[in-house]
Design a protein around this ligand. Structure first.
Ligand SMILES: C[S@@+](CC[C@H](N)C(=O)[O-])C[C@H]1O[C@@H](n2cnc3c(N)ncnc32)[C@H](O)[C@@H]1O
Length: 280
């Protein structure tokens, strides 16, 4: 991976010009025959940075047209069709005068999903996105145990597909999950809950320490209580990099026991990551 370069400047024109020149110089030996992606993002914590991002990108493109018209005309500002590594121009605005430039980027296949007015929570969008991201979703007739289910976005999404859901939570289900014929609510603690049958799916989206939730997931895997899982881990209280290293480490049985295993920070995830697996 080529190291991103930092570009610093105080004005929109200055930054735009530097970006165009740096990009051109980095690609002196590249033959541009096909379209390439021009992508940008900004730190959402810095107020007003979005406007600056748009203005600088526009300026950079104007300057690139001046230096290398054909190259600029082949640029496209749309998302790649496929997730993975892509060549192009990627800018990350860390602050008003600080922009990171990379000529390679990895796109994780972010897909916006449409909301459902009957969905009881915005968490519904997370699970819908997870199905697309991992390429697997509950099917009609499958069974789902949803730990920490309330107010019921995840349960509702599985029930919509005709799955039968056991929703474990002391909290109440709401909107489309409440009174849903495919959902049975159990008021219980997820950590002591012992299922009386094997489920097709384990769902888990609890605001609990990620180490405790990971241990719970391992318990489910060891006991073969479900064949597939989607679990959300909130990293607010721990270092996310250490959490990722732990999830990928051989000391946990997660990867070892899974035929398919994936971890993603979804578009709809906040300080949390989503873990998916299909067991052997
Ligand atoms: C973020 S919400 C879940 C949202 C849900 N996935 C949805 O789509 O609406 C977290 C839920 O976890 C539940 N919870 C936290 N700790 C729990 C535990 N030990 N046992 C059962 N539920 C728990 C909370 O009551 C809360 O309803």
């Amino acid at each position: 991976m080529i190291k991103p370069q930092l570009i610093e400047g105080t004005t929109v024109n200055g930054l735009g010009k530097d970006i165009a020149e740096r990009f051109f110089n980095m690609n002196r030996n590249t033959k541009f025959e096909n379209s390439w992606h021009f992508m940008s993002a900004f730190d959402p914590e810095v107020k007003g940075l979005g406007k600056r991002e748009s203005a600088v990108c526009e300026r950079a493109l104007v300057d690139l047209k001046r230096i290398a018209g054909k190259v600029a005309r082949l640029s496209q500002r749309t998302l790649p069709a496929q997730p993975g590594r892509h060549d192009g121009l990627f800018l990350y605005f860390a602050d008003f005068g600080k922009v990171w430039l990379s000529t390679e980027f990895i796109w994780f296949g972010q897909r916006r999903v449409s909301d459902d007015p009957a969905a009881p929570s915005r968490s519904y969008l997370k699970i819908e996105e997870a199905y697309r991201a991992f390429g697997c979703e509950p099917e009609s007739g499958e069974s789902v145990c949803d730990l920490g289910a309330a107010p019921g976005g995840w349960s509702y999404s599985a029930a919509k597909r005709g799955a039968r859901v056991t929703a474990v939570d002391n909290g109440e289900l709401k909107a489309g999950a409440k009174g849903n014929a495919n959902i049975t609510r159990l008021a219980a603690d997820a950590f002591t809950f012992v299922p009386d049958k094997k489920y097709d799916w384990l769902f888990c989206d609890m605001v609990e320490h990620p180490n405790m939730v990971t241990k719970l997931l391992e318990k489910w895997i060891k006991n073969k209580w479900s064949r597939k899982f989607i679990v959300n881990l909130k990293f607010g209280r721990v270092d996310p990099i250490q959490l990722l290293e732990k999830l990928n480490s051989p000391e946990l049985i997660l990867k070892k026991r899974c035929l398919k295993f994936g971890i993603k920070h979804l578009y709809h995830d906040r300080d949390e990551i989503t873990v998916f697996g299909i067991l052997e």
